[in-house]
Design a protein around this ligand. Structure first.
Ligand SMILES: *Cc1c(COP(=O)(O)O)cnc(C)c1O
Length: 423
């Protein structure tokens, strides 16, 4: 499918008069339509709740939109907990799915009444030590080890991942938690990332549902929810077939009835913690071409760099690029599209076929709505960009201002020196 941006060249030319490039822009209409589709896909399950993975796009304005549809937050750090609080989340609206967790973060989660999802059996004593006694509701993260594979060959390696309890630990953990007074139980697992297949959730769900039946039988634990976590992918490449959340929801419903309803456990709530699927396609990084360089290769230098979008540099991830105003022009030029970091991996694209690019062109880098701005950093003293929201009525709102050099100096003890520097 041809990937087209949700902003036009004319719109960007209008926006840059107020907000210079680079910036991430989000599409309110797309976010709303998608979250509605997610809700409908799981409407068969009365307890269903999506806990948006805050780390993907930690912007309160965007989380607020999801909250309107009943979404909660999935947090893994103190700051993410505070962000959730800032949008009015508390108690059962917050899932705390952390790992290697510092004591003060567990304490903060408990104070907010968040549901704590333990990553390891040793954390039972750790949390009890911090809180004095365990909360009534607790969840455990499961890692079956080995390889997680679906019939279409897509797979991941839980056996290599640092997360979760082993199977034996899970049974033992439930028994210990029960002895220590925990009354309501949850199961959580995240076994494959960015799965562009409708099979992932149903396959995972079947494993977890069967596990829930066994756990209940063997430990007597009252399982209230099963958390399918994140991992539902998006088509970064134009030739990929997008996931159909309706088909996914229906697939989960089928195994729910087969396994849970059949075992008399048909009142368990399904939770999800999607990040990428909720926001990824609805954010784009807009950047301006400031240089062309002709050496051993053809380079296009833009005013964004890997601090604005780390995925290509970090994972070699593909992000589609559109040259605004040249959507219909043939892609007959081969370029590396680079940022300005003193790092040769600071390339948004390598050997990418694109239309002929000229200085001053605006490029849209697609699918940056999740794990985009949020992975930003300050290497080379580069500053994180602004975040904008393209509203349903076509207007644009600033939802996070760009960092300034003064922000960078703010954590140093020479801020007063900065204020005297003449620019
Ligand atoms: C990262 C993460 C998610 C979200 O993953 P996506 O791939 O963005 O859907 C959900 N839950 C936990 C615990 C995570 O670490």
């Amino acid at each position: 499918m041809k990937k087209l941006p949700f902003v036009t060249k004319e719109k960007v030319e209008e926006i840059v008069r107020t907000y210079p490039t680079p910036f991430h822009i989000y599409d309110e209409k797309g976010i709303r339509e998608n979250v509605k589709a997610v809700k409908e896909a799981f409407a068969w399950n009365p307890g269903f709740k999506e806990y948006f993975a805050v780390k993907a796009t930690p912007n309160p304005c965007l989380i607020q939109i999801l909250k309107e549809y009943g979404c909660g937050c999935d947090c893994s750090s103190m700051t993410e907990l505070l962000l959730s609080k800032a949008v009015g989340m508390s108690g059962n609206d917050i899932m705390f799915s952390s790992n290697d967790t510092p004591a003060e973060e567990y304490a903060c989660a408990a104070r907010m009444g968040a549901v704590i999802n333990l990553d390891d059996i040793t954390h039972i004593d750790f949390v009890e030590g911090i809180l004095g006694r365990l909360p009534e509701t607790m969840s455990c993260r499961y890692n079956p080890g080995g390889v997680f594979q679906m019939s279409n060959g897509i797979m991941d390696n839980p056996g290599d991942s640092k997360y979760g309890f082993t199977r034996e630990q899970l049974f033992e953990g439930y028994r210990i938690l029960k002895e220590k007074g925990v009354r309501n139980f949850g199961i959580h697992a995240f076994l494959a990332s960015n799965t562009v297949t409708n099979e992932y959730y149903p396959t995972l769900a079947k494993q977890l549902f069967e596990l829930a039946v066994e756990l209940h039988r063997e430990t007597g634990a009252d399982i209230k929810f099963i958390n399918l976590s994140g991992g539902v992918g998006i088509p970064y490449k134009p030739q990929e077939e997008p996931n159909d959340i309706k088909v996914i929801g229906e697939g989960v419903r089928r195994v729910y009835e087969e396994v849970l309803t059949a075992a008399g456990m048909g009142d368990i709530a399904i939770y999800t913690e999607m990040g990428r699927f909720m926001m990824g396609p609805y954010g784009q990084l807009v950047t301006k071409v400031i240089h062309e360089k002709h050496t051993y290769k053809e380079y296009i230098g833009v005013d964004a760099c890997a601090v604005n979008l780390m995925r290509p540099a970090m994972y070699g991830a593909y992000h589609h690029i559109t040259v605004l105003g040249k959507e219909e022009v043939d892609c007959d030029h081969k370029y590396d599209v680079t940022g300005s970091l003193c790092e040769n991996n600071d390339k948004f694209a390598v050997d990418r076929m694109l239309p002929k690019i000229d200085k001053g062109d605006y490029l849209v880098i697609h699918d940056t709505g999740a794990h985009g701005h949020s992975m930003g950093y300050n290497y080379n003293g580069k500053l994180r960009s602004a975040e904008l929201l393209l509203k349903e009525n076509g207007s644009v709102a600033l939802i996070r201002r760009a960092e300034t050099a003064r922000d960078y100096f703010a954590t140093l003890d020479c801020l007063e020196v900065y204020d005297k520097i003449e620019m």
